[in-house]
Design a protein around this ligand. Sequence first.
Ligand SMILES: Cc1cc2nc3c(=O)[nH]c(=O)nc-3n(C[C@H](O)[C@H](O)[C@H](O)COP(=O)(O)OP(=O)(O)OC[C@H]3O[C@@H](n4cnc5c(N)ncnc54)[C@H](O)[C@@H]3O)c2cc1C
Length: 308
Amino acid sequence: MRCVVDNTLKFKEKLEEYLEDCELIINEPLKNHTTFKVGGTADLFAIPNNYEDIIRMIDFCKKNKMKYYVLGNGSNVLVRDAGYRGLIIKTSHLNEIKVQGKYVIAQCGAELKDVAKICTKHSLTGFEFACGIPGSIGGAIAMNAGAYDGEMKDIVEECVVIDDELKIKTLSREQLELSYRNSAIQKYGYIALEVKIKLDNGDNKNIKEKVEDLTNRREEKQPLDVQSAGSTFKRAPGHYTGKLIQDSGLKGYSIGGAQISNKHAGFVINKGDATANDILNLIGHIQKVVKENYDVELEPEVRIIGEE
Ligand SMILES: Cc1cc2nc3c(=O)[nH]c(=O)nc-3n(C[C@H](O)[C@H](O)[C@H](O)COP(=O)(O)OP(=O)(O)OC[C@H]3O[C@@H](n4cnc5c(N)ncnc54)[C@H](O)[C@@H]3O)c2cc1C
């Protein structure tokens, strides 16, 4: 144990020498950075203030064979209880949003709700679908987030990324290979730095009404007052996942502090004292029961990280 901490401290000191404007934290609890609010600590944790420091961090990690992981708002990530042996890079300080005519350019850490507010202020329509998704735009492009009548794929024009050779380059919509909850960013391990979306001029009153309507629909159907990562599983082709779970008689079923929401069976929630293990066991139980009942394999949408 002692040896691991000494080693982490050595890495921290060495890496901080390379960085221009970022301090590193040792043993940061990741439950403070995910909406599930569970999981262990990260050996090293950073919130960079510029793109160059991200490149320096990854370069250092690659050279020193250290793992790294980019975290946006942590609204689709489950961290295992044993934590993450490597560097977590959280994007929340990179959150500028600019409007240029019908284009909105947002840095990766900008929250979708803030982008939506700016779109409304400028009477730009097309982004309303994302107003209630509690993620960052970097996480949304990586996951091709979508809701109701829209998804990122419909509005993205281009995205500036760090590629696998640590070069900054701009990817077109086609190059982003956006598909259901997937993208080139996930596939090739790129890091999204800046997302440019193209919207239409709209009527301010209509935009506000649509945002309000979608917010009400979300509040009515989803357990937004408790901790979760949204829909736990991807949509199974030809099925509504929530219905498969509900029809299996699992609504309200719990393991430890993890429960299948009584409001929406597609959501696994943390009742307050769940461990990541409770959530993982519940995910496994749902998969087993749904497979037995309907011969459907449910794939988690939530990204699971950390030591097993
Ligand atoms: C209550 C609730 C409701 C939700 N509703 C929806 C919904 O309607 N539709 C929907 O699609 N999702 C929904 N989600 C899930 C989640 O909010 C989205 O997937 C969101 O886009 C994730 O963004 P994030 O910043 O939180 O990403 P994180 O959870 O931090 O990360 C998700 C993935 O993206 C990667 N990532 C994050 N930032 C970057 C970056 N800059 N570059 C490269 N990779 C990156 C991470 O490594 C990880 O693999 C919901 C979640 C909750 C809690």
